[in-house]
Write a protein that binds this ligand. Structure first.
Ligand SMILES: NC(=O)c1ccc[n+]([C@@H]2O[C@H](COP(=O)([O-])OP(=O)(O)OC[C@H]3O[C@@H](n4cnc5c(N)ncnc54)[C@H](O)[C@@H]3O)[C@@H](O)[C@H]2O)c1
Ligand SMILES: [Zn+2]
Length: 405
């Protein structure tokens, strides 16, 4: 038996933010990041709409990108003190994910972060509050997913919290919020969305329910991402919907090892100034993982189907897989994303000598590989790598060498 769960209500299209006026409750806490939502006036509008709905509003601001366990615990304390019956998270994946974890701690003050990370082990929520998520980036789709990614900076590891309990009650997908994204954010979050859709389509937990969403999202991303990067605002709007559909697919069809590797490399080189941004990590690893997974016959066929929907040509599945890999690499080139960790430089742009020195990478490789294998996303990948395979794959992601194993 499989389960397919989404928010009960999804408001989309320009002006959807106004749907906040329809929420019913007494007190709402708005969780928000470092300033973009405030700067562009969306925070004020959200507050005003909630007040129009008759609610007392408190704002918890300053949630950092790739939020920490410490921030989650701090936010939960504020919630406990204020007692909201609505948690409204607005911004990119970071503030929304942090608010989801705060929600768990608010409902169950005794729960530890370790307990939260037990896959599908969250106790029943909604005894104190409901959750509304409003995304301002076009990538994570956390407004519709059962996931939250929190970083333990002591360990340098990102931990996914996974449970349908944290699927928001209401999602607001208003493309106007995404118009203010700088180009680099468009590129990274867009490649994150493409990775979600492709991984969900080849996942062993894929189903006809998720396939339709994944394929349509891939087509829309192909049509609109690079143009959205080029400041075409109609395409920016399309990307906001496409990423959300990709999220509906992967929240129910799960992901694969591109994400396992991205989770485990994101913060591990932070001491060398290399914070490998989630979407950039995915963009670099995706072509390598496609080549690795395509050694599995079923996965190869499914990549072939993706290539067909994208009209990439190819006389057989091997050619289609090669064309898909080339196409993804071309998207990275078009949006100035490097192809490998070794060339990941300042501002996440490609450069000759990236942040992560070779000897540091090689020294940390065994533990990164072991952690990536243990990541919650590995189990649904179509091909299971062992320690040796994962190390080889990560090396290909460092040197940009071909995956032939
Ligand atoms: N929960 C999930 O299902 C899921 C899926 C994928 C990734 N993630 C996680 O989400 C996080 C990344 O989220 P993200 O990529 O959305 O970025 P983010 O939330 O970390 O934001 C990145 C930066 O962009 C700014 N920003 C956000 N929206 C903006 C806008 N409209 N205009 C201008 N600036 C804006 C923010 O202030 C911030 O400085 C990572 O921690 C990643 O691991 C979660
Ligand atoms: Zn992702």
């Amino acid at each position: 038996m499989q389960r397919f769960t989404l928010p009960r209500d999804l408001y989309h299209g320009k002006g959807a933010l106004e749907a906040l006026k329809t929420l019913q409750g007494k007190k709402a806490i708005i969780c928000v990041g470092g300033g973009s939502m405030k700067r562009f006036g969306f925070l004020d509008r959200a507050k005003q709409y909630l007040e129009e709905a008759g609610m007392k509003v408190r704002i918890f601001e300053g949630i950092e990108p790739d939020p920490s366990v410490t921030t989650v615990m701090r936010g939960a304390e504020v919630m406990t003190e204020f007692g909201p019956d609505w948690i409204v998270a607005i911004g990119g994946g970071s503030p929304i994910d942090a608010a989801k974890a705060m929600w768990i701690k608010y409902e169950y003050p005794e729960i530890t972060f370790e307990d939260m990370c037990k896959v599908f082990g969250i106790p029943q929520l909604r005894k104190k509050a409901h959750f509304c998520a409003i995304s301002s980036t076009s990538g994570t789709a956390t407004e519709v997913t059962a996931f939250s990614i929190i970083t333990d900076y002591d360990k340098g590891i990102k931990y996914p919290i996974a449970d349908f309990e944290i699927t928001p009650d209401v999602a607001i997908v208003d493309p106007e919020l995404a118009h203010t994204m700088p180009k680099k954010l468009v590129a990274h979050t867009g490649m994150d969305a493409l990775t979600h859709a492709i991984e969900a389509y080849v996942s062993i937990a894929a189903s006809p329910y998720t396939d339709g969403l994944a394929i349509h999202a891939i087509e829309m991303i192909q049509e609109s991402l690079v143009k959205s990067y080029g400041e075409d605002m109609d395409c920016r709007d399309k990307m906001h919907d496409a990423q959300c559909m990709a999220g509906m697919a992967f929240s129910n069809g799960l992901l694969g090892i591109v994400h396992s590797m991205a989770h485990k490399t994101g913060a591990v080189f932070a001491d060398y100034g290399a914070h490998i941004i989630h979407g950039a990590a995915n963009a670099m690893y995706l072509p390598k993982v496609i080549a690795f997974n395509a050694k599995d016959e079923t996965a190869k066929k499914r990549y072939g189907v993706i290539a067909d929907y994208m009209n990439l040509g190819g006389a057989n599945d091997d050619e289609k897989v090669a064309n898909l890999i080339a196409y993804v690499r071309g998207m990275n080139d078009a949006m100035n994303i490097p192809h490998c960790i070794g060339k990941y430089g300042k501002d996440s742009f490609p450069c000759e000598q990236g942040f992560v020195p070779e000897d540091v990478f090689l020294e940390r490789l065994p533990s990164i590989a072991a952690n990536a294998i243990l990541d919650a996303c590995t189990a649904s990948n179509p091909r299971q790598p062992g320690q040796e395979g994962m190390e080889k794959l990560l090396k290909c992601c460092y040197y940009d060498t071909e995956v032939d194993f």
